[in-house]
Design a protein around this ligand. Structure first.
Ligand code: HSE
Length: 407
């Protein structure tokens, strides 16, 4: 029998208990032994809930109990999760977590501690909710030089953008529903400003490169400036707007970014809608591969956490190697990253003069019209360096929108 302790009885923690209770027999069989939830840690009481009998408020009870083999950290946030997890690992207990903040910030160190202690630090649920992506990157896609990883990595924002695109719904209304469904972060700013996706692409890029990618160094934009008018132009171009986290190899380094991007209908992520996430990986010999599934929500996320528990139980006293050193990866200079841009600005009625200024700044652009929208000039540039674009766009007044384009 393997004893586990679940830290946090919120959305994911209660999901972990539910998944284990629902699929106990299958899970035991796959783990090769019984998985027993010995403790649940939470500050709150849950009178009448079945976990009442195994609920503890003091982490010491768990970490000092030598019969606890695996700690499941689903509290979120770095403090006190980092302290709890590090202590468990140092005492020889494997840890499974869904905590992307913790993994992005301290992943390399915690992996090293697990390796030294011949146990495991596993984090399948930290990226892509229920989608298996961490294990495939660690164990399956090992024959390739991975040259691109691009994903819709945040379920909340994908849900919001899909509702805005398909129903013209207001941003705030859709966000509220995402919160009710348990998709959003406690502070949804982390979702809508792109911080959550940023941590996830940092984790993926660290796994792809084997070095520590600091998320603070990744250029990050959220979706708060996207309007229904932008969607009207996107529709006119048979495109969609998605919040993408991307890392593309260039020589010995990677350019990384999180930003809303207009993608065309041939893009592999075009049909990834609602709370679903999609992660596209390109390898030099494999070519393209896609991972798709529910990127947030109680049971899909818990499914990924429990899959780690099964893995940790199978490899209780042996470390599964994870290539992620504490040495920092220097990302490519963002100013040199080339992208195409969609721009909407006020039509000043100066016709040739304004168009000449646009041509002088951005070269040959493709003008776009959306039905019923007047008094605006909208265009798509050729690929241009981020730094050059930023330098030129600031010379234009009344710019309504700037969105990167990938088609
Ligand atoms: N808030 C996150 C999302 C939860 O919406 O994707 C899953 O990490």
């Amino acid at each position: 029998m393997v004893n586990i302790a679940v830290l946090g009885y919120g959305t994911v923690g209660s999901g972990v208990v539910e998944v284990i209770r629902t699929n106990q027999e299958i899970i035991n069989k796959k783990a090769g032994q019984e998985i027993n939830i010995k403790y649940v840690l939470d500050l709150r009481d849950f009178p009448g809930d079945p976990v009442e009998k195994i609920l503890v408020h003091d982490y010491d009870v768990i970490v000092t109990d030598p019969t606890v083999d695996i700690v499941v950290e689903v509290m979120g946030g770095v403090d006190p999760a980092y302290k709890f997890v590090k202590r468990a690992l140092l005492l020889g207990k494997s840890v499974c977590t869904s905590n992307k903040e913790l993994v992005a910030k301290h992943g390399a160190e915690l992996i090293a501690i697990a390796e030294e202690n011949n146990i495991n630090f596993l984090f399948e649920a930290a990226v892509g909710g229920g989608i298996p992506i961490i294990r495939p990157l660690k164990s399956s896609l090992t024959a390739d030089d991975i040259t691109e990883i691009t994903g819709i990595l945040n379920g909340t924002t994908n849900y919001i953008l899909t509702e805005m695109a398909q129903k013209g719904s207001a941003f705030e209304d859709v966000l509220k529903v995402a919160q009710e469904k348990g998709y959003a972060e406690r502070n949804p700013e982390a979702d809508v400003e792109g911080y959550d996706a940023c941590r996830k692409i940092a984790i993926l890029t660290s796994l792809v490169t084997g070095y520590q990618v600091n998320y603070e160094n990744i250029h990050t934009e959220g979706i708060t400036k996207i309007t229904t008018k932008d969607f009207e132009y996107a529709k006119a171009m048979k495109a969609s707007i998605k919040l993408l986290g991307t890392s593309k190899k260039d020589g010995d380094t990677f350019y990384s970014m999180v930003a809303p991007v207009m993608i065309g209908e041939n893009h592999p992520l075009f049909h990834v809608n609602d709370v679903f996430n999609g992660i596209f990986v390109h390898g030099n010999v494999l070519d393209d591969v896609m991972f798709y599934g529910r990127g947030a929500g109680k049971l899909p996320t818990a499914s990924a956490v429990v899959s780690d528990v099964v893995e940790a139980a199978k490899y209780l006293k042996s470390n599964i190697a994870t290539l992620w050193s504490e040495e920092e990866m220097e990302l490519g200079d963002f100013a040199k990253f080339k992208n195409k841009f969609f721009v909407r600005m006020k039509d000043k009625g100066l016709d040739d003069d304004q168009m000449m200024d646009i041509k002088n700044a951005f070269g040959n652009v493709l003008y776009v019209k959306a039905p019923g929208i007047v008094d605006e000039l909208a265009f798509v540039t050729e690929p241009i360096c981020e730094g050059d674009f930023a330098e030129h766009i600031k010379n234009f007044d009344d710019v309504y929108s700037v969105i990167r384009v990938d088609f």
